[in-house]
Design a protein around this ligand. Structure first.
Ligand SMILES: C[S@@+](CC[C@H](N)C(=O)[O-])C[C@H]1O[C@@H](n2cnc3c(N)ncnc32)[C@H](O)[C@@H]1O
Length: 448
């Protein structure tokens, strides 16, 4: 899935304008607090006559306090950047944005954002040094000890300021108005989704399909494979056609399944998935797939799709049987804006994987919403750590099983990365639920 939207540039400019204003305001406020505190500590005479070693010790303590305040604020700044794309330091935002586009390393943007933020603060310290010791050097009215006390006072105020700003940032994030999301039941139009997201193979799908092709090599051959939350799409399904004995496609909306049915039946208006088939074959090692090879894979896929089923991830047992392989791309995370509901959906979906079976998934990274024709659909705002946490009780981690991929797409919708994951269910565990089917509605049986 790869959102594109005309409002992107405007939103991007807004995040820069906000960051610039916040940086100016924050730097002025910090300077005012630090200078006033430093001067006040000197002029109050509280520490007059303090022996030099103690003054230096105080300076060291004040730096430690400042460092720890800075550390707390770096974390708040990171959360602010990820959630809103804004920062109280433009340098931090610039470093974050640049690194996200330049590298696929998930830690790099965080380190760059921290370096940008801390670098600004450390640079801002220089005038204090120059001012304090310069004044002590050129004027008899200010002693070196007073300069040290001034700096200690300024540092302590800066520490308090960093703590305060971190609290303010977190309060701002907590109080942001909850988003009003469009409804799947009334606002979702499959044709709009297909037109907006699947005209070409976008960067996130390049990454997702390549990952799925590799992951499906671990799937048990000649067993049915379930795709959960497939939407009106089949672009992930081509990768499973050679491995699966049958392919079962599940989605919440009958309209999505009808769209897939249109493609299976080769009816007029069916979506053209051939670019995705071609790319899937390339990922499998065919450098230049011929038209005949693309058609053969389409035909094989059509022949393997034996069930279209209506599923609801709210249901503890959304399908009445377990599967050796369950693939669920951009479903649980893109079906709800609520973290607890996402966890519930994940439990219900992964509960369909039989012991020793394979679960493959993809999710939007830290996304609070994605647009389809200007309508905002929900994002659960999750990341790789959340995914690992929900899986770890029942699934074995293995090397490379969770990846974050920067997709270098417009960040204005709240994400610019995806999380890809494959995991194997522990042999000792059993699928959750156990209730018989009450929910699944068989919409399509090819021979029925
Ligand atoms: C963003 S679409 C993803 C579709 C497809 N997997 C893709 O990658 O393009 C999210 C899907 O979640 C489905 N969905 C919404 N609520 C759901 C629920 N309660 N249970 C299962 N699926 C749901 C929607 O019907 C929609 O097809």
């Amino acid at each position: 899935m790869s959102p594109g939207d005309g409002g992107g540039i405007a939103t991007g400019l807004r995040t820069w304008a906000f960051s610039l204003a916040a940086t100016v305001a924050s730097n002025y406020a910090l300077d005012a607090c630090a200078a006033v505190a430093g001067v006040a500590l000197v002029t109050s005479g509280l520490l007059a006559g303090l022996a030099q070693p103690w003054a230096v010790a105080l300076l060291v303590v004040s730096y430690a306090a400042w460092g720890s305040g800075l550390w707390v604020n770096l974390r708040a700044n990171w959360t602010l950047l990820v959630a809103t794309g804004t920062s109280t330091s433009v340098l931090s935002k610039a470093a974050y944005d640049l690194t996200r586009h330049a590298t696929s390393n998930a830690r790099a943007p965080r380190l760059a954002a921290a370096a940008g933020y801390a670098g600004t603060q450390v640079a801002a310290e220089v005038p204090y040094y120059v001012g304090a010791f310069g004044a002590a050097t050129v004027s008899d009215a200010i002693t070196a000890d007073e300069a040290v006390i001034f700096l200690a006072g300024a540092n302590l105020a800066a520490a308090l300021y960093e703590y305060g700003l971190a609290r303010l940032t977190r309060a701002f994030l907590r109080r942001r108005r909850p988003r009003r999301y469009a409804s799947f039941e009334t606002d979702w139009v499959p044709a709009q989704y297909l037109a907006g997201y699947y005209r070409t193979v976008e960067p996130d799908e390049l990454a997702t399909i390549a990952f799925f092709v590799a992951a499906i090599r671990r799937a048990e051959r000649d067993r049915p494979i379930l795709f959960f939350g497939v939407g009106p799409t089949v672009h992930h399904v081509f990768a499973a056609a050679e491995v699966a004995s049958e392919i079962h496609l599940g989605d919440y909306l009958p309209a999505n399944l009808t769209e897939i049915r249109r493609w299976i039946d080769r009816r007029p208006g069916a979506h053209d998935w051939r670019p995705f088939v071609r790319y899937t074959l390339q990922c499998e090692g065919i450098a230049h797939p011929t038209d005949a090879e693309v058609t053969a894979r389409e035909d094989l896929t059509r022949s393997k799709i034996t069930q279209l089923v209506r599923v609801d991830a709210h249901h503890p047992r959304p399908v009445d049987r377990p599967y050796a392989t369950v693939i669920s791309p951009y479903c649980a995370d893109s079906a709800t804006g609520d973290r607890a509901t996402w966890e519930l959906f994940m439990r219900h979906i992964t509960g369909l994987v039989e012991p020793g079976g394979l679960f493959v998934t993809a999710a939007l990274h830290r996304c609070r919403g994605y647009t389809v024709e200007g309508k905002l659909f929900p994002g659960a705002d999750i990341d790789e750590h959340d995914l690992r946490t929900v899986l770890q009780a029942e699934f074995e981690p293995f090397d490379g099983s969770i990846e974050v991929r920067q997709t270098a797409q417009d960040t204005s919708h709240g994400y610019s990365a995806i999380v890809l994951c494959q995991a194997r269910r522990r042999s000792s565990s059993s699928p959750t639920g156990g209730e018989r089917l009450t929910q699944t509605e068989q919409l399509f049986q090819p021979d029925g």
